[in-house]
Design a protein around this ligand. Structure first.
Ligand code: PMT
Length: 402
């Protein structure tokens, strides 16, 4: 389950050109199951219309401290009681200054003062304003009071000047928020590559060979790694799933495409987990036109696909984890794959057990390591729990190594 699921998040949007990026933040959070309420300052509404945020959140956007048609009780007081966190993105020098000095002269600044919940600010401003001593000391004040600041990036600003002040990317902000809401950050900053889902091998332009992988196991691993602070790249074959908010997502179709992407990313990674069900064979010569009925029945000739995982060891120092999907002689086959593919660990799971393996919400299995007799059994549990368990066991194995 996503850490954002069921969370009440208030997003404050202030008057910076980066306000358009806040739309993507809303999209990522609502897709992940959060309830997002937007408050805009008057200058924020000059950048992006409230109707956009209303459509994205399915809720009225609040802009007025004293609305024309007041409701019983002040809205910000109600908000204060239900919120889990407040993000201000983009946060101008003005809202940062007001927050630092307890000024409450509009709905957003009043809500920030009234709500005792974790707060995250993603500043966006001209580079001179950012560097200004007043802004830096205001930031120091709110940081010291516990606020999280997602520093702006260096780059071209709205004024076309180049400097620091451009709001961080929505993905970076969502990941900082995940960290704020989440638990232990034992993978903080680590580069983790995960593959998921099936591959599709074309027969002709409308048909393909594939398998029953839903991607659930790989996506659960990506979500768990993100929750623990990792920088996650998820390379996935076609699935019906929404990629976890905050990962770098690369969609592929065939094993060949997956291999190309994995090999390009592998050298930079610290951990690679191949949970994808890569098709072992492809059609030797896919037809360029749809095969029609009527003639002779076609015979499909197969050829082997590359073994992506087996080719990775010379390319990377990353800790390499494979998945072995087995029917019989599971332990023997998994250990053989561990050796032959030069892996650090392999997770054995089963293709013939109820409620585990392909397309199920739950899974079970055993994690084996290269240099340790120790093996970690996993009883039937959700794929997310399995994912967290695998990440914890990898951590333990790395501690044994050092
Ligand atoms: O996606 P779900 O519906 O949630 O199902 C999850 C899963 C059952 C697909 C997953 O848990 C799993 O077991 N994935 C690996 C399936 C598989 O291809 O196993 P294998 O024993 O054939 O391959 C061993 C390892 O080599 C795997 O890490 C695989 O990604 C990799 N491989 C395999 C073939 C190939 N040509 N290249 C590879 O890199």
């Amino acid at each position: 389950m996503s850490i954002f699921k069921g969370k009440n998040i208030l997003l404050g949007v202030t008057g910076s050109i980066a306000a358009y990026k806040a739309c993507e933040i809303v999209r990522l959070l609502t897709k992940a199951g959060a309830r997002v309420q937007v408050i805009m300052t008057h200058s924020g509404t000059k950048m992006v219309g409230p109707a956009t945020f209303a459509a994205l959140t399915g809720r009225d956007v609040l802009t007025e401290l004293f609305p024309k048609e007041p409701k019983a009780g002040l809205e910000h007081i109600h908000l204060a009681e239900t919120l889990d966190v407040i993000i201000v993105a983009p946060a101008t020098a003005n809202i940062i200054a007001k927050t630092a000095h307890g000024i409450a002269d509009d709905l957003l600044s009043t809500t920030l003062l009234a709500c005792d919940v974790p707060k995250l600010f993603a500043p966006a401003m001209n580079f001179r304003m950012w560097r200004n001593e007043a802004t830096q000391s205001n930031l120091a004040i709110i940081r010291q009071r516990g606020a999280t600041i997602v520093d702006p990036e260096h780059g071209q600003l709205a004024s076309l000047a180049v400097g620091e002040g451009r709001m961080a990317e929505p993905k970076t902000i969502v990941n900082a928020l995940r960290k704020l809401l989440g638990g232990e950050q034992d993978y903080e900053g680590q580069r983790v590559l995960i593959t998921a889902g099936p591959t599709r091998e074309p027969i002709d332009p409308v048909r393909f060979l594939s398998n029953r992988s839903s991607g659930k196991m790989g996506y659960a691993l990506a979500a768990a790694a993100l929750e623990r602070g990792a920088r996650v790249t998820l390379i996935s074959g076609p699935t019906a799933l929404e990629p976890p908010a905050g990962c770098d997502f690369i969609a592929v179709e065939t094993a060949e495409e997956m291999e190309k992407q994995v090999r390009a990313k592998a050298p930079d990674q610290e951990l690679i987990i191949m949970a994808a069900a890569v098709a072992d064979f492809r059609i030797a010569r896919p037809e360029t036109r749809k095969i029609k009925r009527g003639g002779s029945t076609p015979v499909l000739k197969l050829e082997p696909n590359p073994d992506i995982l087996k080719g990775l060891r010379p390319l990377t120092d990353a800790y390499l984890v494979g998945f072995a999907l087995e029917v019989e002689k599971g332990r023997e086959n998994a250990l053989k794959k561990l050796r032959e593919k030069q892996l650090d660990a392999i997770f054995l799971n089963y293709a013939d057990r109820a409620d585990s393996g392909f397309d199920k919400e739950t899974n079970e299995g055993i994690l084996f390591f290269k240099d340790s007799e120790e093996e970690v059994p996993f009883t039937l549990q959700s794929k997310k729990e399995i994912a967290h368990g695998i990440l914890t066991a990898i951590r333990e194995d790395l501690k044994r190594e050092t």
